[in-house]
Design a binder for this molecule. Structure first.
Ligand SMILES: Nc1nc2c(c(=O)[nH]1)N[C@H]1C(S)=C(S)[C@@H](COP(=O)(O)O)O[C@H]1N2
Ligand SMILES: [Mo]
Length: 532
């Protein structure tokens, strides 16, 4: 750095202005807490230091404070205590920073104490792993100590000692240095705390999910669909998509950077807009309603021909119509809008809730509580509509409005307002580039036309005549079907194509269309080479 030459002779921490000292200590303490939170976020056995300290305060004798705070803060007691301890730590940090200017030993002493208090608190916490607690506390204490030393050092020259221009420029660059160091340390602390916190919250929600899973398993609401799934499938064909897509394999599409973390105990769903009696449902209210289960194929409008943004799951939930009827929907309400905890929206015609198709406020997928990434604790599933107009995940509000009064998230972004799923078929095997030897070869895949059912799937080789493929059982007219054709492969280059015809006799069009604005069309085509 060229500024070295203009930097004044080494100062000491005693030259640090009092405010800069306080800021340094404040940020260093924040960084220590943030690091502790981050490290605790990565393990199940180490709660964040502050919580251990809080638990210690609550449990061990500090009865006066405990009783006082219990009365003052009620059930928010622990949160208030955690906030209090955080604020106290930051204030102690600031004082430490100020004192460190004249007595350099204060910083190390205070941060060592910080580590000791954290470690001891973890030792007292029956749920915590003591060794882990000590390691986290010590690392956090060291981080705070180091950050304080660094920031004080960077603040040594921020007071101009003479008014010469070189002094002034030094002053400016030194101030910048202090600023940069503080901001960097501050953000590291904040970011660590946020990441740690969200990791922990995610674990809490996963714990809620696990609890719900046992509950679902025991209530075992009539689940004929689950029992139906494996029989009559073509799951044995190597490489074919399974008749029911597992939760892990189910495609995920959303605008969320990370899934909203919703606690089912506090989650509510409000039904409002053009209704007689707007109301709110809690999660347990929802579970108490009449529950149904149905296999429904969901597809993303962005799915390319042959793409894998489509899946078939068995959804369990409460019929949307039941949820709506309790509110009394106005006759002139023509659109149902689902709103997600993260603000995302999708809207579809009110008729879809009552025309006989499956339309659910769903809370389980293939017998499990919805995975976080698929909308836990509840989402909409409407058969026959692309996800972008219907399948709101992390559902928190259902609003009744008119068709013209509201556009869902993707509509102003160039996608069609109506989103019926188009009839499609896909070749799963063979894949482009697969090594194929002459002789009997499985050509297989899936076809879907939800709500219209799949009537027929045909395959052709090298633009020959169409051959009807054999089909798996039909789980429902809203579910995809697997198809299979045994091909006697001959050496050379070949082109395989598939098309399906829905239950109403309509064959999918060959005409190629892009996904935008209302879904891709065309026949999936795979080129293969057969060689000895
Ligand atoms: N909250 C929310 N819900 C959403 C979306 C979203 O971005 N946010 N995307 C939708 C789209 S475009 C699709 S295709 C489906 C996908 O559902 P999945 O991720 O469970 O497969 O969710 C829909 N629900
Ligand atoms: Mo989508």
């Amino acid at each position: 750095m060229p500024t070295t030459s203009t930097r004044p002779t080494e100062g000491t921490d005693a030259d640090v202005p009092i405010l800069a000292g306080a800021v340094s200590g404040f940020i260093a303490a924040g960084l220590a807490l943030g690091v502790a939170e981050l490290l605790a976020g990565f393990t199940t056995s180490v709660p964040p230091i502050i919580e251990s300290v809080g638990d210690y305060v609550i449990e061990n004798g500090w009865q006066t404070l405990d009783n006082w705070s219990r009365e003052t803060f009620g059930s928010g007691q622990k949160r208030a205590l955690v906030t209090g301890i955080t604020v106290a730590s930051l204030v102690i940090g600031a004082i430490t920073g100020v004192l460190s200017r004249s007595r350099p030993i204060v910083g190390p002493v205070v941060f060592t104490l910080f580590a000791v208090v954290g470690g001891l608190a973890a030792t007292q916490d029956e749920l915590a792993n003591a060794t882990g607690g000590w390691i986290v506390s010590i690392v956090a204490g060291l981080a705070g100590m180091g950050a304080l030393a660094l920031m004080l050092r960077s603040a040594r020259h921020i007071t101009p000692t003479s008014d010469s221009t070189s002094r002034l420029s030094t002053f400016v660059s030194e101030r910048r240095r202090f600023l940069t160091t503080s901001v960097a340390a501050g953000f590291t602390g904040l970011f660590s705390a946020m990441v740690g916190n969200s990791l922990r919250q995610q674990r809490n929600i996963e714990a809620d999910r696990a609890e719900l899973a046992t509950q679902l398993a025991s209530t075992d609401a009539a689940s004929p669909a689950t029992a139906l799934a494996p029989s009559g499938s073509l799951d044995d064909v190597p490489g074919i998509s399974s008749l029911v897509t597992s939760n892990d394999d189910f495609y995920r599409i959303d605008t969320a950077i990370s899934p909203p973390l919703l606690d089912p105990d506090t989650w509510t769903l409000s039904i409002d807009g053009m209704v007689d009696d707007p109301y709110e449902l809690s999660f347990s209210d929802l579970l108490d309603m009449d529950v149904v289960e149905a296999p429904v194929t969901l597809s993303c409008v962005s799915n390319e021909i042959g793409g894998n943004l489509v899946g078939n799951a068995i959804w369990r939930g409460v019929p949307l119509i039941d949820v709506l009827e309790r509110a009394g929907v106005h006759d002139d309400a023509t659109q149902i809008v689902g709103r997600s905890a993260d603000g995302w929206t999708a809207g579809f015609p009110t008729a879809a809730a009552s025309d006989g198709r499956t339309a659910l406020v769903a809370f389980a997928m293939n017998g499990e509580p919805l995975p976080l990434s698929h909308g836990f604790p509840a989402r909409l599933v409407v058969a026959g509509l692309y996800g972008y107009v219907s399948a709101t995940k992390w559902l928190t509000e259902i609003e009744l409005t008119t068709w013209d009064d509201f556009d869902g998230f993707w509509i102003p972004r160039g996608w069609a307002k109506e989103g019926p799923i188009k009839t499609q078929s896909r070749i799963d095997v063979p894949r482009r580039g697969d090594r194929i030897t002459p002789g009997p070869t499985a050509i297989a895949g899936v076809a879907w036309a939800p709500t219209r059912s799949v009537g027929k799937v045909e395959v052709r080789i090298d633009e020959g005549s169409w051959i009807e493929a054999s089909l798996s059982d039909e789980l429902s007219d809203e579910s995809w079907r697997q198809w299979f054709h045994e091909w006697d492969a001959t050496p050379g280059d070949h082109v395989i194509q598939v098309r399906s015809t829905d239950g109403e006799g309509e064959t999918q069009t060959a005409e190629l269309a892009d996904p935008r604005p209302d879904g891709a069309t065309g026949w999936h085509t795979v080129a293969v080479r057969v060689e000895d």
